[in-house]
Design a protein around this ligand. Structure first.
Ligand code: PLP
Length: 429
């Protein structure tokens, strides 16, 4: 890569949540292997992000690579309309075995946001068959479900980047975020807001949607599993569909295979994505109960009205099959609990730091929440010089490394965060 390429990138290419006129610096990466990314100048830095929850097995994994190479020689893609293929069938069998029993029917989609759109459309089509179709979704402040329009309409309306589109979005209901922490003691009445909202609006609420246990991009909040139990009971009682967005939490990251396993309950619809292919290619899925799938199929349209061009892409399915194989073979639960112990022992003392509001650890996620907003550009540069890839946002510096990371490198990530807190220029006032 030449300087010209970097200048071209700055001038012409959008990056996530970026500006064309005044973009933050983007670091050229030329390859990635294991838990390290290689910069343009050949330096290797330790990855603390798993490329946004996705690369759980690390990069350039031979099992994942070979699965794709093998599949590419058979077929990279073939349409899913009127055609089926083994990689998709194998994947859906695999997934249905892993998720709660009730989730039997599966829709393969392109990305997390699309899986959410599919879930929303399923709910709306489901209710069309009823006399007084319900149309409202109930979701949570600090929730995040993706960037497309349906997804935005259920993201936190004020605290998120989606406030700019507020007037274009359907109006849904929101409940205050969940303040009782995952590790705290549950108190009577902690769920009174949820009970109040659902009792008040139950005739209008078509579905409740929530990220189980971890509110991710909305603030890296780890909340108590009892909220989910309350939701399940209320949704049963009032005949409301319960949707879990496991796009970030799925595949072991929180210490259970799926976050809903912490509460031992099943949603009626579940979305997965991100780590589904081990970070190789984009793929997501929306699972539902047979009851929902059959109701939709018996509805006015007689079928479910969604079908992306690249639905069930064989390459993506093969990557996902290989990733699920690795997950099991490599004992993800031992790896995640190993990371958990180190994150806990290394980060928790930062609670005493004057710039730190709160430290929290769950599964293979470690979060340091600061009092002040972070100067992303400055701290990022410092991290890269230190030899680590950590990408904070707002007041959050967090780690979610690939499961294959070793102890030494994990400590380097932790020390990087710890030392970064001592520089006033890393924070805004
Ligand atoms: C990332 C994410 C999404 C959106 O997925 P994309 O693949 O980025 O469209 C939705 N919900 C949650 C909880 C996520 O973390």
């Amino acid at each position: 890569m030449h300087l010209n390429d970097i200048l071209f990138d700055r001038k012409h290419i959008w990056h996530p949540y970026s500006s064309i006129t005044n973009p933050l610096k983007n670091y050229p990466i030329i390859s990635a292997n294991g838990f390290k990314l290689t910069l343009n100048n050949g330096r290797k830095i330790i990855d603390g992000m798993s490329s946004w929850w996705a690369a759980i097995h690390g990069y350039n994994h031979p099992v994942l690579n070979n699965a794709l190479i093998k599949q590419i020689k058979l077929m990279s893609h073939v349409m899913f309309g009127g055609i089926t293929h083994y990689p998709a069938i194998k994947l859906c069998k695999n997934i249905i075995k892993l998720v709660p029993k009730k989730l039997e029917c599966i829709f393969l989609a392109d990305s997390g946001s699309v899986a959410i759109e599919v879930a929303i459309k399923m709910v709306l089509q489901y209710w069309q068959l009823h006399k007084n179709p319900r149309k409202k979704f109930l979701s949570f402040y600090k929730g995040y479900h993706g960037d497309t329009f349906g997804a935005m309409s259920i993201c936190d309306p004020y605290n998120s980047m989606h406030k700019f589109y507020h007037n274009f979005l359907p109006k849904n209901y929101f409940i205050n975020s969940l303040t009782r922490g995952f590790h705290e003691k549950w108190k009577n009445g902690d769920d009174k807001d949820i009970i109040f909202m659902i009792e008040k609006y139950n005739k209008k609420i078509a579905a409740v949607i929530i990220e189980p246990i971890v509110q991710s991009a909305g603030g890296m909040i780890f909340y108590h599993a009892s909220y989910l139990k309350t939701l399940r009971e209320l949704c049963n009682y009032y005949n409301i569909i319960l949707i879990f967005d496991e796009i970030a939490t799925g595949f072991g990251r929180t210490g259970k295979l799926f976050a809903c396993n912490h509460a031992n309950i099943s949603p009626d619809i579940m979305c997965i994505g991100k780590a589904l292919t081990g970070g190789m290619v984009t793929l997501s899925a929306t699972l539902s109960s047979r009851h929902i799938a059959e109701t939709i199929s018996n509805g006015p349209t007689k079928c479910f009205m969604h079908g992306p061009t690249f639905m069930g892409n064989p390459l993506a399915c093969s990557a996902a099959n290989a990733s699920l194989f690795l997950l099991k073979k490599e004992n993800w639960n031992l790896k995640v609990s190993f990371i958990n112990k180190i994150l806990f022992s290394g980060l928790i003392s930062l609670n005493k730091h004057k710039r730190v509001k709160n430290v929290r650890v769950l599964g293979a996620i470690g979060v340091v929440e600061t009092f002040n907003f972070i100067n992303i550009e400055k701290i990022q540069k410092w991290f890269v010089n230190y030899g680590v890839w950590i990408r904070p946002f707002r007041k959050l510096i967090y780690l979610m490394p690939p499961y294959i990371i070793n102890k030494k490198s994990l400590f380097i990530l932790i020390n990087a965060i710890s030392e970064s807190l001592d520089y006033p220029e890393h924070f805004l006032n």
